[in-house]
Design a protein. Structure first.
Length: 271
């Protein structure tokens, strides 16, 4: 079968003048929306437009730019730079020397850097590429202080970890550790997998932060109250149909760690 020009759908386009019949798009599509027409040329299966999850694998894998998705053509996308790929040893060091930082310098975190971290985190995987994650960035000292105060009060009311409120009464913040910035990942509660998606995105952000010299720590104490405490929801401006599912303290660390502390050996069951 021979095709001339391009097949246009409202979302997926195949330019047969550029296609070299390498079948890469057929093999890359996770939902098998491309089929072999018989001579190696890809054709779209029935209802491909409805089934497509916009993952962009077809767009990214074609070496000749024969695929366009939602009006985006390959020449508009950034090229991968193999020279920037970290070595396995570099990745291992970043992952295993990462520490949960609970002592921060007073230096503010640049908003440009916080935006950069959110830009990186948006490429984290999500269920069926739903991409439900939104971010709230808090770098106002006054708002951070209020969040800590309301968290302590809420936990005191609930009878949970009363020592945290007592510590705050004595001028010690054990909730956000006086971090100069807070990143909160939230998503529609109706999303397919909002908690997992937000946690994956926050993990991606945490590791990206480490690569930029920032320290991070999971704000688990805040998360115990964020969704159920009305004043905190109001301070965070959480939409009514959203919940917060992950939060990170962020800031420049006061201390640098020269060694990697021991951890429990990996527990593996072979099947």
């Amino acid at each position: 079968m021979h095709h001339n020009g391009a097949i246009h759908m409202s979302r997926i386009e195949i330019d047969y003048d550029k296609c070299v019949k390498d079948r890469f798009c057929i093999r890359a599509c996770p939902y098998k929306l491309f089929a072999d027409s018989g001579d190696g040329s890809p054709v779209l299966v029935e209802n491909a437009e409805d089934l497509c999850i916009d993952c962009g694998h077809c767009l990214a894998v074609c070496p000749f730019g024969a695929i366009a998705l939602n009006g985006v053509h390959q020449e508009e996308l950034p090229d991968r730079a193999p020279s920037l790929d970290p070595s396995p040893e570099s990745v291992e060091q970043l992952f295993t020397f990462r520490r949960s930082i609970r002592a921060y310098k007073k230096t503010p975190v640049e908003r440009e850097l916080l935006v950069k971290l959110a830009e990186i985190a948006r490429f984290a995987p999500s269920a069926v590429n739903n991409q439900p994650v939104h971010w709230i960035m808090v770098d106002s000292k006054d708002v951070l202080t209020q969040i800590v105060s309301h968290t302590a009060a809420f936990m005191r009311e609930q009878g949970v970890l009363p020592r945290l409120a007592e510590a705050l009464d004595n001028g010690m913040d054990l909730i956000l550790r006086d971090a100069p910035a807070l990143a909160v990942a939230h998503a529609p509660s109706s999303a397919l997998s909002p908690q997992v998606d937000c946690v994956i995105a926050a993990t991606t952000m945490e590791l990206a932060a480490a690569s930029h010299g920032l320290g991070a720590c999971w704000a688990g104490l805040l998360m115990r109250s964020a969704n159920d405490c009305a004043p905190i929801r109001e301070l965070l401006r959480l939409p009514e149909d959203h919940n917060a599912y992950a939060a990170l303290m962020l800031g420049y660390p006061k201390l640098q760690y020269a060694k990697r502390p021991p951890r429990t050996p990996a527990r593996i069951t072979w099947i």
